[in-house]
Design a protein around this ligand. Structure first.
Ligand code: PMP
Length: 368
């Protein structure tokens, strides 16, 4: 029994080994996972309270329209309620967009390396994938424009980009949008939006009136700390939302997720603290890299991609044996770099001290 031809070239998502299993295998007492850009501080207590309240309603289907969350989020963002679509994580909104716009006779343009789900879903929908290599970690917007033709349906921007953490400044975003044909959807994936501190990062919501083809993706998984509950959303003009809604499953976000998201939106203080601590953590990594002369990409997100001057898998194994799970750059298109999620202060300091040991052994090997 053969699935669709295009699935044959894809590999299923490979989850990391369960933490308990790794602990047992390596005889470790603790393992810290800094691999999936999760929030090390958990989520807001206000979200937890809402979850508890919702526990008595588990026998009732969720509100397929997410009316309460919709009202709250529209207010929070300053958009109309019909400008929102919710997904089982922003992952699902990516899938919905691909399902709605892509087919074998179309193509889609994206940076590379970037978040792999754009490519993955586009392939399943049979579209041609046009990847445009990053330049020094940044989107090559000129080359992306040049890759667009009559058959292009979606262009993906990942801002900040995963796995580099680099961002597209407002002026570049605006001039890009002005030059993209207005019948081509431009997705600005802003999963790490809440962490950004660059003053010239675009507030894309304010451009929705200028650019009817713009779709913004955000999520409750990262700074809001609700990754387990799977809830993210898209913001766009109502005509775009209306046209993609039929590709959404009716009960795609759970009651618990909707309730938690409502609670999370009330806790601006939690986001502010997480953002500040994340910045402090990034600074520790920057000064370590600068001290050791290691290349890294300045990050607007909650992770850092840094060079380990050796095969990324070796650094991954070394850190794993010390109890730290990171992402090897080998699978991310950066074979001598690793991506580390910024953790709590003590974790950052500890992983940096292990990295220091690792880099010294690499340098010794090279000098021998
Ligand atoms: N976009 C980017 C750039 C991401 O890094 C991620 C998560 N790794 C997602 C989207 C998906 O996040 P979620 O489905 O949890 O909302």
């Amino acid at each position: 029994m053969q699935p669709k031809q295009q699935l044959l070239s894809l590999r299923p998502y490979k989850p990391g080994k369960p933490v308990e299993e790794v602990k047992r295998e390596l005889g470790l007492e603790k393992i810290v996972k800094l691999a999936s850009n999760e929030n090390p501080y958990g989520c807001s207590d206000l979200a937890k309270d809402k979850i508890t309240e919702e526990l008595s309603n588990l026998h009732v289907y969720p509100d397929g329209y997410s009316a309460e969350l919709r009202e709250k989020l529209a207010d929070y963002l300053g958009v109309d309620q019909d400008q929102l679509i919710f997904g089982n994580g922003s992952d699902e909104v990516v899938q919905i967009l691909c399902r709605a716009y892509l087919s074998p006779e179309t193509n889609t343009v994206m940076p590379a390396p970037t978040f792999p789900q754009y490519r993955h879903n586009a392939i399943i929908d049979g579209a041609e994938v046009r990847e445009v290599q990053l330049i020094n970690g940044n989107h090559d917007l000129e080359a992306m424009l040049a890759a667009i033709d009559n058959q292009t349906r979606i262009v993906w921007l990942c801002n900040p980009n995963n796995p580099t953490g680099s961002y597209i400044p407002e002026a570049d975003f605006v001039s890009f949008m002005k030059r993209v044909p207005s019948n081509v959807i431009v997705v600005s994936d802003e999963a790490y939006f809440e962490y950004v501190s660059a003053a010239d990062y675009p507030n894309t919501v304010t451009y929705l009136n200028d650019f009817p083809n713009l779709v913004i993706l955000r999520t409750f998984s990262k700074a809001h700390g609700l990754a387990a509950l799977r809830i993210g959303y898209g913001i766009a003009n109502s005509t775009v939302i209306q046209s993609i809604e039929p590709a959404r499953e009716p009960f795609n976000t759970s009651r618990i997720a909707q309730a938690a998201a409502i609670g999370a939106l009330d806790d601006a203080e939690f986001i502010k603290t997480c953002k500040e601590k994340n910045r402090e953590g990034l600074k520790l990594f920057y000064s370590f890299c600068e001290d050791k002369g290691l290349l890294y990409y300045p990050s607007e997100a909650n992770f850092i991609l840094l060079d380990v001057q050796s095969d990324a898998d070796e650094a991954f194994d070394f850190l794993l044996r010390k109890g730290y799970i990171v992402r090897s750059g080998n699978a991310l298109g950066f074979p001598s770099m690793i991506r580390i999620t910024v953790g709590e202060e003590a974790q950052n300091k500890e992983i940096i001290s292990h990295l220091e040991t690792y880099i010294e052994t690499v340098k010794e090997k090279v000098s021998k």
